[in-house]
Design a protein around this ligand. Structure first.
Ligand code: SF4
Length: 382
C-alpha cells in the first residue's frame, strides 16, 4: 500500500486534472457541464507540461495523476502529456468517456504509454437504465466492451457507479453484473447536486445509511475492492459493522476499507480545472490558486482553506465533535453544496456524536464565523 505512510497534509494521494470540458456525452450528473468543444481558456500543451513538471515537487511518494474531463481523449496532445508524467515517475490513470473514440486500439496505446489505471462509469444494470443517465444511446454497450478490453490488456480497472434515489434500487443488479468482470475496484459515487447533477435526487440520510450497510456487507465478499466517493461517512458505518462483528479497532484498521481512511476533499485530493484553477476537489470548485502562476505544492500545503481542510478540528457542527473525524471528516463538497461552507457538517450523515452538545449549539460553529477560512473570496488564498 504505497499510501500507507503518506501525510495527506503534505501530499495528496490523487491529483485530478480536468484536461478539457469537451465531451460528446451529456451525462445527467456531470460536474463539468461538459460541452462539445474545448473551452478557449483551457490549459495549453505547454501549460499542461509545466503543471505536470510541478508534481515531483511533492516528493516521494508522489501523487497519482488522474486524467479526467470532459473526455480526456478529446485532448490531441494526450499521449505526450502522459509520456512526460511517466518520464517523471508519476503514475497516471485516465477516465475516458464511452464514445466511439474509445476503442481497443486506443486502450492498447494508453497501456503502451504507461497508463496504469483506467476508470469507466457504469450507472445501470441495463442499457436502458445506463443510457438514460449518460444521455446518449449505446454507451452501455461501449462501456461493457471497454471493460472486456481492459481485462484482455491487463489494465487495472475501476468502475464508477452513480448512487442516487433514482439508481439505488438497481445497484445490487449492477453488482451482480460486475462480479464476473475484470475490475480491481468498484467505486460508488454518492451524488452531489451540482452541475447537471442538480436534476437528480440524492438518497436521503436514512436511506443512505441502509444502503451503506448493504455496501459493507458485499465489500466483505466481493472479488474486487468496493469503495465510496463523496460518502466518507461510509467509513463510520463500516467501523460500526466491524465492531458489531467482533473485530477490534486494530483488526478493522487492517481491512480494505481502512485504505481510504483520512482521505477527503482537499486532504489527499487536489483538483485542477480545465482553466488551471487549483481546487480542493472536483465537487468543491473553490479556486485557491492557478497552476500557471502558483506552486501546486505551496497551495496544497499552505493556502488557508487547504490548511483548514487538513485539520479536522476546524470542521463545524457534528463533524467537529465526532469521534470518527480523523478517518471520515465528512464530505466537504456536500457541506459546501448544502451550506456554502466547506467546513460545515456533512448533512448526509445522520450520526450524532456522543460529545455533540445536547442543544446543538455547535452546529453552526463555523458556518457563521466571519474569520473562517471559508469566508475568504475565491482566489484570496493564493
Ligand atoms: S458526523 Fe461527520 S465526521 Fe462524523 S461520521 Fe458523520 S460525516 Fe463523518
Amino acid at each position: 500500500m504505497r499510501h500507507a505512510s503518506r501525510d495527506y497534509s503534505l501530499t495528496p494521494l490523487n491529483i485530478y486534472w480536468e484536461m478539457t470540458q469537451a465531451c460528446a456525452l451529456a451525462c445527467r450528473h456531470c460536474r463539468a457541464a461538459a460541452m462539445p468543444d474545448p473551452h478557449p481558456g483551457e490549459l495549453t500543451h505547454a501549460q499542461g507540461l509545466a503543471f505536470i513538471r510541478q508534481i515531483p515537487g511533492f516528493g516521494d511518494p508522489m501523487p497519482t495523476l488522474i486524467l479526467t474531463g470532459g473526455d480526456p481523449l478529446e485532448r490531441r496532445d494526450l499521449l505526450p502529456l502522459i509520456d512526460e508524467a511517466r518520464r517523471l515517475g508519476v503514475e497516471v490513470s485516465i477516465t475516458p468517456a464511452a464514445t466511439d473514440a474509445l476503442t481497443r486500439d486506443v486502450l492498447a496505446t494508453l497501456a503502451q504509454h504507461g497508463v496504469t489505471g483506467l476508470g469507466l462509469s457504469l450507472d445501470g444494470s441495463t442499457a436502458q437504465r445506463h443510457d438514460a443517465i449518460r444521455g446518449i444511446e449505446g454507451t452501455y454497450v461501449r462501456t461493457l466492451a471497454a471493460i472486456d478490453w481492459a481485462g484482455e490488456l491487463g489494465l487495472p480497472l475501476q468502475v464508477n457507479t452513480l448512487v442516487t434515489a433514482e439508481t439505488a434500487a438497481d445497484i445490487p443488479a449492477v453488482y451482480e453484473l460486475l462480479k464476473p468482470l475484470p475490475l480491481t475496484r468498484w467505486s460508488l459515487f454518492f451524488l452531489i447536486s451540482v452541475g447537471r447533477g442538480a436534476v437528480l435526487e440524492p438518497l436521503s440520510p436514512a436511506d443512505g445509511e441502509e444502503f451503506m450497510r448493504w455496501v459493507h456487507g458485499i465489500s466483505c465478499v466481493a472479488p474486487f475492492v468496493v469503495a465510496t466517493t463523496e460518502a466518507p461517512s461510509y467509513r463510520r458505518v463500516a467501523m460500526e459493522e466491524m465492531r458489531a462483528a467482533g473485530l477490534t479497532p486494530e483488526q478493522a484498521r487492517r481491512t480494505r476499507v481502512a485504505r481510504s481512511f483520512g482521505v477527503r476533499d482537499g486532504h489527499g485530493v487536489m483538483f485542477v480545472s480545465h482553466l488551471g484553477e487549483i481546487c480542493p476537489a472536483g465537487f468543491l470548485p473553490i479556486p485557491l490558486g492557478d497552476v500557471r502562476t502558483d506552486s501546486i505544492v505551496d497551495v496544497y500545503r499552505d493556502a488557508p482553506l487547504f490548511a483548514a481542510l487538513h485539520d479536522p478540528r476546524q470542521l463545524g457542527g457534528r463533524c467537529h465533535h465526532c469521534q470518527y473525524q480523523q478517518i471520515c471528516g465528512g464530505s466537504r463538497a456536500r457541506a459546501y453544496s448544502a451550506f456554502a461552507d466547506p467546513l460545515a457538517e456533512d448533512p448526509f450523515c445522520p450520526h450524532l456524536p456522543p460529545r455533540y452538545p445536547a442543544d446543538g449549539a455547535a452546529a453552526a460553529s463555523f458556518a457563521g464565523d466571519p474569520t473562517s477560512p471559508t469566508r475568504q473570496p475565491a482566489g484570496a488564498a493564493r
